[in-house]
Design a protein around this ligand. Structure first.
Ligand code: ZN
Length: 223
């Protein structure tokens, strides 16, 4: 968990190694009692999407202006992206190979990807793949970031990379990252890894202290 400020918004640092997983990291504390939300407005969504490269600088600037001109539509798209993020997180963290994906969540991702493809043009890319682009400002309008997120998620599913998604073991984190070696534990070692070490150290000290107190009480014959 770490962040930086862009255009007046706090955005999470990109640590996952895969743009599709960055959307999961726009929330911290997955499954915990007090999650931290980065996508607090449509404008924050647009700035985040520009920061991770899902929108160009021009698209980000234009879509922020469009969003502030149509706040109700913008809010609907934000709600859609948050629901998509929820389902995508469930799919991406489903223990691959042990049980099927959560069907309803997979269908949410599928429907979002299908709509994104319908609003797309096919565009050749530098890696020789020809992929749907999620549309542009005139075809997708305010839904452009939603489309790009859905297509990025679908790309992870279609490529099989979903089998290599890791989840940070840090307390109150739950961020995702691409982990082909399956040996990474932390989103950021210097933050979640060190916090876990500090917690383990404190816990060890507490149990040592409790043990010493118990032994002291036994010597004195106390109950
Ligand atoms: Zn973490």
């Amino acid at each position: 968990m770490a962040n930086h400020r862009v255009s007046g918004h706090l955005v999470p640092d990109a640590v996952s190694g895969h743009v599709a997983l960055e959307i999961a990291n726009t929330r911290a504390g997955w499954g915990g009692p007090s999650p931290r939300e980065y996508l607090v407005s449509y404008d924050a969504l647009a700035v985040w999407a520009g920061d991770v490269g899902l929108l160009s600088t021009y698209e980000t600037r234009r879509i922020r202006a469009l969003g502030s001109a149509s706040p109700r539509v913008a809010q609907r798209v934000l709600d859609e992206v948050l629901a998509l993020r929820e389902s995508w997180y469930a799919v991406a963290t489903s223990p691959w190979g042990e049980r099927p994906f959560p069907r309803a969540d997979l269908d949410v991702v599928g429907a979002a990807a299908a709509r994104a493809v319908a609003e797309s043009r096919l565009v050749p890319r530098a890696d020789s793949r020809v992929l749907p682009d999620g549309g542009d400002l005139s075809s997708a309008g305010l839904r452009l970031p939603a489309n790009r997120v859905a297509l990025a998620a679908y790309d992870v599913l279609a490529s099989g990379d979903v089998a290599h998604v890791g989840r940070c073991a840090g307390h109150g984190c739950g961020w995702l990252f691409f982990d082909p070696t399956h040996r990474r534990h932390w989103c950021i070692m210097a933050i979640c890894g060190n916090r876990a070490k500090a917690r383990a150290f404190a816990e060890r000290r507490r149990s040592e202290r409790r043990g010493a107190e118990r032994r002291g009480a036994e010597r004195l014959g106390l109950p």
